[in-house]
Design a protein around this ligand. Structure first.
Ligand SMILES: Cc1cc2nc3c(=O)[nH]c(=O)nc-3n(C[C@H](O)[C@H](O)[C@H](O)COP(=O)(O)OP(=O)(O)OC[C@H]3O[C@@H](n4cnc5c(N)ncnc54)[C@H](O)[C@@H]3O)c2cc1C
Length: 413
């Protein structure tokens, strides 16, 4: 005679195979859940650009046992360095490798998005991701959720997670149609083979050139074989958003006229440039309704100025997988607890990223001087601390956070 049967683990559908969606699916798969990921694109790939991952993000990759591969395909920057836009004067220099690892228990790594994406994909069975499936609607039924796709397909699950980015269809289904906010920033992104640059032109650091109404970030990828740059200018002219609006070297050089020749010489090497507008949202009041929730940019799109969007998507994925593991037969409770845990942290980072843009783009020379004196003083008195006071972000270890009902009540209070 067989004993009472344990109810099966809930079936979970994830919309979106970006960094957050893939990490969540891989974590749930390791814990025995039945998971499927639906991706709108007809090919699984990432844009040709880099991403910076701090210790708090690398710890999630460690839980997936891909952290060492990410590091071996990436680049470990030695410092954060701030530069003055015109003179090229060093404004601050904060040690990163190996001190980040020593302070926070994991390294700070720069990695090509395509490499990160491929490693996340390798952490789950290939047939778990269904491409060319664009979610069009999410409907809550009595004890299940219905997903409708543009291609006519229909799927049902116990839990649905929207990991479908800033224009999330899942978010729209839960909370209505509200466009993200254009932040007044446009952005160019480029990757240049390091062999095309002169020795020492780009230091082995996470460099941040700060000037009036803009800043530029440069760093190495793939063991130093590539240099990635992100160049941001404030504008009032942009109204649309696209990742594929072609731009040209001339347009980029015009936008940064008067900036330091070292930086402009880097832009001279850029090929195949695109530009796009940067959008974000105010922190949402809620992420979850019943058996449906959001992670990553779908829940909290932020400016990239603290380099934390992907990192927070990874943290979300761990927290959500863990709450579902602890309360597998109370998914509504698990989703609510996940939101209670995560929302204060990601809201603070969303607003912090806006603030960092303000201090990086100061127009008044006096305000810049005051800011730079602050950097100078901080470097003198606390040389190990970051200029943007990011220690509280790096310190957090989502893989060790307590996840009990008491912890949830404490967070709610
Ligand atoms: C210039 C720039 C630099 C950045 N640098 C950093 C950095 O250094 N460090 C960092 O941590 N973060 C950085 N970020 C932020 C980071 O890129 C994002 O926060 C991160 O990619 C969000 O991951 P996600 O999985 O939530 O969403 P996404 O990566 O946007 O993935 C969403 C996925 O969902 C799919 N999708 C969308 N709609 C649907 C639908 N209806 N149905 C099915 N699938 C759908 C999409 O095709 C996509 O594959 C940067 C961002 C920018 C713009």
């Amino acid at each position: 005679m067989s004993g009472p049967q344990t109810p099966a683990l809930p079936r979970i559908l994830v919309a979106g195979a970006g960094i957050g969606g893939l990490a969540l699916a891989a974590l749930l798969h390791r814990r025995g859940f039945a998971v499927e990921v639906y991706e709108q694109a007809s090919q699984l790939q990432e844009v040709g650009a880099g991403v910076q991952l701090s210790a708090n993000a690398v710890k999630v990759l460690r839980a997936l046992e891909i952290d060492e591969q990410v590091v071996s395909r990436g680049f470990l920057p030695r410092h954060f360095i701030g530069w003055s836009w015109r003179s090229g004067r060093m404004l601050y220099k904060t040690p990163l490798h190996p001190s980040h690892q020593a302070s926070y228990g994991a390294p700070y790594v720069h990695v090509h998005r395509a490499d990160l994406h491929a490693l996340l994909r390798s952490a789950l069975p290939a047939d778990m991701v269904r491409i060319a499936h664009k979610v069009s609607a999410v409907t809550q039924e009595a004890d299940r959720v219905r997903l409708d796709f543009e291609n006519g397909h229909v799927a049902f699950a116990d839990v649905v997670v929207g990991a479908d980015g800033i224009h999330s269809a899942v978010r729209r289904s839960l909370f209505g149609d509200e466009a993200p906010r254009f932040t007044g920033n446009i952005c160019w992104r480029g990757i240049i083979p390091a062999e095309l640059l002169s020795p020492g032109q780009v230091l082995p650091a996470s460099s941040n050139w700060m000037g009036p109404d803009g800043h530029v970030v440069t760093y190495y990828l793939r063991g130093g074989a590539l240099v990635n740059f992100v160049a941001i200018r404030e504008t009032e002219a942009w109204t649309g958003e696209s990742w594929t609006t072609p731009s040209s070297k001339d347009e980029l050089l015009r936008a940064f006229e008067g900036w330091n020749p070292r930086l402009l010489a880097l832009f001279e090497r850029a090929e195949g440039l695109y530009k796009w507008g940067l959008f974000d949202r105010d922190p949402l009041a809620r992420w979850s309704v019943g058996r449906v929730t959001l992670i990553g940019d779908a829940a909290h799109p932020m400016l990239p100025f603290l380099a934390q969007g992907a990192a927070q998507a990874l943290e979300d994925s761990y927290a959500l997988a863990d709450w579902l593991t602890r309360f597998p037969h109370a998914p509504v409770e698990a989703l609510a607890a996940y939101e209670v845990e995560r929302k204060p942290r990601t809201s603070r980072i969303q607003l912090g990223a806006r603030e960092r843009g303000r201090t990086a783009h100061l127009r008044s020379p006096w305000a810049r001087l005051k800011r730079d004196l602050g950097f100078f003083w901080q470097n003198l008195t606390a040389p190990g601390k970051t200029s943007h006071r990011a220690e509280w972000i790096f310190q957090h270890d989502v893989t060790q956070a307590p996840r009990t009902l008491e912890a949830r009540e404490t967070a709610r209070a």
